[in-house]
Design a protein around this ligand. Structure first.
Ligand SMILES: Cc1cc2nc3c(=O)[nH]c(=O)nc-3n(C[C@H](O)[C@H](O)[C@H](O)COP(=O)(O)OP(=O)(O)OC[C@H]3O[C@@H](n4cnc5c(N)ncnc54)[C@H](O)[C@@H]3O)c2cc1C
Length: 417
């Protein structure tokens, strides 16, 4: 089933009765060339690029719940490429380029909106750091612009510029950054993979990983055993638990991150805006809701719901930055489980078990990474070589201490990244 302007017009005039299912709901076969554990954004994108870039289509994606029900459908949808350190910088740059071609490539409207993202700074020291980051972004080939107070007053008049505690000195704007409709990204990749022959199997939890003689042989699931030549673990917040099925102890802690959305309002926030003196970031959805989030909950947990102290913290930060938000009513909030690494950067690598691969550690920045991660992970699984932009995402950096990418400079405490 393809999408086009004509098709939308025709369906609109004929009662929308011609639309079909977006993907096949497959039943598991006995064996596959590749089994992907996890039907989130990264798992589905990996399946899609395995099929599209490498012609590997005897692939199953096993999802314990429903496709897109994990973090890919729970995030605040921010897409950007403004990382500072080598390793992250080239990876996210590649990923943003894939975002820019995604809708045409998938023939799917993911509502990718390059509305610009502004990171505010509030002191001379933060200005220096922002300029340094901006130069690194430009050196990578991406865009960054330094904005002063006057620019911001014009662009973001609703901010509290007179705050004595956190005065706004300026910001860094990335015009190519923005947002996308998160679950549509999962659906688009699912549809593209399914069209190319990949089996998408929902309600199928992996409960064990079969290993013989140091090589992976398949997986045990709630829908029976499935043999596989290669298995990829791509389960975000459940990475530690699933890797343990293969006898691995990952350098990952799982923490909850919450998001909030208000009632629909008339357009008032045109960009993505990030506070520089606390964790608070906000944009406005196409339905009008203000979508915002903050820091991780204060303790590790597998409960995909948030706690009240963090909710209070986020509301306070929002009120400090833009007091007008106090007039809006919050409609919904939810939580997702983040796979936090000790340096805050991800892992795309082989494991010590032949044929077993892992893609995890995206912390709370993995939505923007979906296309890049899928592309690089598919490359690794298909060719057994690292894709250049993701070549530094090695698992053994936590064993050797070499190649750590501490983007925030906060040290080896998972929840501080
Ligand atoms: C509140 C919030 C805000 C965020 N904001 C942003 C943002 O603005 N920008 C950004 O870039 N990133 C953001 N993120 C992070 C981003 O959403 C994640 O890093 C990313 O989605 C994780 O990858 P994924 O999509 O593959 O994960 P998921 O969608 O969680 O996919 C993993 C899947 O694995 C499945 N699974 C787990 N165990 C098993 C098993 N045993 N068997 C089978 N399946 C299993 C799960 O059910 C799940 O569907 C945010 C996250 C949250 C929660």
């Amino acid at each position: 089933m393809g999408f086009s302007g004509w098709r939308v017009l025709k369906e609109g005039l004929t009662g929308n009765r011609g639309w079909g299912a977006h993907w096949r709901d497959a039943a598991p076969k006995d064996a596959y060339d590749v089994v992907i554990i996890g039907g989130g954004g990264h798992g589905l994108a990996t399946a899609y690029y395995l099929a599209k870039n490498h012609g590997i289509t005897n692939v199953a994606v096993l999802e314990k719940g429903y496709l897109g029900g994990g973090n890919v459908g729970r995030n605040t949808t921010i897409v950007r490429a403004n990382y500072f350190l080598p390793g992250n910088s080239e990876f996210y740059s590649h990923s943003l380029k894939l975002w820019e071609g995604m809708e045409a490539d998938l023939n799917y409207n993911v509502m990718h909106s390059q509305r610009g993202q502004i990171s505010l700074f509030h002191s001379d020291g933060q200005r220096d750091a922002a300029v340094r980051r901006g130069n690194a972004i430009i050196n990578q080939g991406d865009d960054a612009e330094l904005l002063g107070r006057a620019d911001l007053k014009r662009m973001l008049p609703y901010l509290d510029f007179d705050s004595a505690r956190f005065p706004i000195h300026g910001g860094i704007l990335q015009r190519r950054a923005g947002t996308a409709r998160h679950d549509a990204v999962a659906w688009g990749y699912a549809r593209g993979a399914s069209d190319r022959g990949v089996d998408l199997i929902q309600n199928c939890e992996v409960t064990g990983i079969d290993i013989e003689g140091g090589a992976v042989k398949g997986v045990q699931t709630t829908r029976g055993a499935i043999r596989a030549k290669k298995v990829a673990i791509i389960v975000a917040g459940r990475s530690g638990q699933v890797a343990a099925m293969a006898g691995m102890r990952l350098p990952i802690e799982s923490h909850v991150l919450q998001a909030f959305v208000t009632e629909g309002l008339k357009p008032c926030i045109d960009h993505v805006v990030s506070f520089g003196m606390g964790h608070f970031y906000i944009s406005q959805s196409d339905k009008g809701g203000l979508v915002f989030g903050g820091d991780l909950d204060f303790y590790a947990s597998y409960a995909a719901r948030g706690n009240l102290p963090m909710m209070e913290h986020v509301m306070e930060a929002g009120m400090t930055l833009m007091p007008m938000i106090g007039k809006a009513r919050v409609l919904r909030s939810w939580g997702g489980i983040m796979d936090m690494t000790p340096d805050g950067s991800p892992i795309i690598d082989k494991t010590d078990t032949d044929g077993l691969y892992i893609d995890c550690g995206w912390c709370y920045g993995g939505f923007k990474a979906v296309p890049g991660s899928g592309w690089s992970m598919a490359h690794l699984v298909a060719t057994d070589t690292h894709h250049e932009p993701a070549a530094r995402f090695r698992l053994d950096r936590f064993r050797t201490g070499r190649g750590l990418m501490d983007e925030e400079g906060t040290g080896s405490q998972h929840n501080l990244h």
